[in-house]
Structures are given as C-alpha cells and as structure tokens.
Design a protein around this ligand. Structure first.
Ligand code: HEC
Length: 159
C-alpha cells in the first residue's frame, strides 16, 4: 500500500522516477566517480558475487527504504544498463550510499546498502554465488557490473 507515501514522495521527487528517465545526472556522476575507468580485474557480476540470502535481505531493505519512490523495474531497464553497466560495482554502491534513500541519504548501514545492491544485481539477472557482496568500496572496485562474464580486453594469453 504505497498510495500515501507515494503522494508525499512525488511532491519531493517530481515525476523523474516514474517516467523511466530517472536522472542521476550522468555528467556529475562522471566527474565524481571516474566514469569509464576500468576495474582492476576481469571479475564481473556474472561470476556470482553475492549470496542468495543477501539478495533476500536486500529485497526487504528495498521494500522498506526504496520502493516507496521507485520499483525495482526502474533499475533494470535500458537507461539503467546504459548508465551503470561496464563500470565498477563500486560506482553504483558509492552512488546509492551517498544519494539514497533520497529523503535521507546515507542513513542505512553499509551492510544494508550492499544487500540492496545485491538485490538489484539479482533483478538484473545476475547469478548468486558463494560469497557475499562486500560492503567495501575497494573490493567492489575490482568487480565489473556487467552482463558478460569475460573481461572485454583480456590482458594475458591463457596458458
Ligand atoms: C524519497 C524518494 C527516494 C527513495 C526513498 C529512494 N530513492 Fe533512489 N532515486 C530517487 C530519485 C528522485 C532518483 C533520481 C536521481 C536524483 O534525483 O538524484 C533516484 C535514483 C536512484 C538510482 C539511479 C537510477 C538509475 O536508473 O540509475 C538508484 C540506483 C537508486 N535511486 C537506488 C535507490 C535505493 C537502493 C534506495 C533505497 C536504499 C532508494 N533509491 C531510495 C528517489 C528515491
């Protein structure tokens, strides 16, 4: 039942979230988060970088703190892919942690942000694995948010 929170939220947020063109203002994201910089390794979110349990916890976090403003679908369409895919997971983690929830940025624990992010990976069709998604920017910098498993430009020839 989101009718009442949504009405309140719309006054805050305008229609940006609902027309599918939610803008994280790409230009400012770029300057703050070094858009285009390749992560250190070829690890990708297709390699199983969160656990199933973490994504379940993340779906609760999302329901409690995020869904009043945007449905998970908003975070899996072409605009979302265009903005975040190919970049380190750390960039999206940093953004969510710094800017969301919009009405109270930075108010959640790092673990809850990581869980919410794990849930978003799941919504994007990325597989769960044995290791939790770390609540650690340096570690997240080494994982590429992507729908392909292999690194785009392998640096060494396989043995
Ligand atoms: C009070 C409303 C509100 C809440 C609550 C909220 N958001 Fe947002 N979110 C927005 C708005 C508005 C934008 C558009 C960008 C902006 O205005 O800064 C946005 C943008 C985003 C984006 C970028 C969108 C894209 O397609 O790239 C992500 C990711 C995101 N939010 C995740 C979250 C997560 C995760 C939570 C819960 C922890 C959350 N938001 C809670 C209002 C909200």
């Amino acid at each position: 039942m989101y009718a009442i929170p949504c009405a309140a939220v719309l006054a805050l947020c305008g229609l940006a979230v609902h027309d599918g063109s939610v803008s994280a203002s790409p230009a400012s994201v770029a300057t703050r988060d070094d858009r285009g910089v390749r992560p250190d390794t070829g690890a990708s979110t297709m390699d199983g970088v969160y656990t199933a349990a973490q994504a379940v916890a993340g779906s609760d976090v999302f329901a409690a703190y995020c869904r009043s403003c945007h449905t998970p679908t908003v975070h899996s369409g072409p605009p979302f892919r265009g903005k975040w895919f190919g970049r380190p997971v750390a960039v999206l983690y940093g953004y969510i942690r710094r800017e969301m929830p919009k009405n109270e940025p930075g108010s959640m624990s790092d673990e809850d942000y990581a869980a919410a992010l794990a849930y978003l990976l799941k919504v994007n069709g990325m597989p769960a694995g044995d290791m939790s998604l770390p609540a650690d920017s340096a570690a997240l910098h080494r994982i590429r948010l992507d729908s392909v498993r292999t690194a785009p430009a392998p640096r060494s020839v396989p043995k």
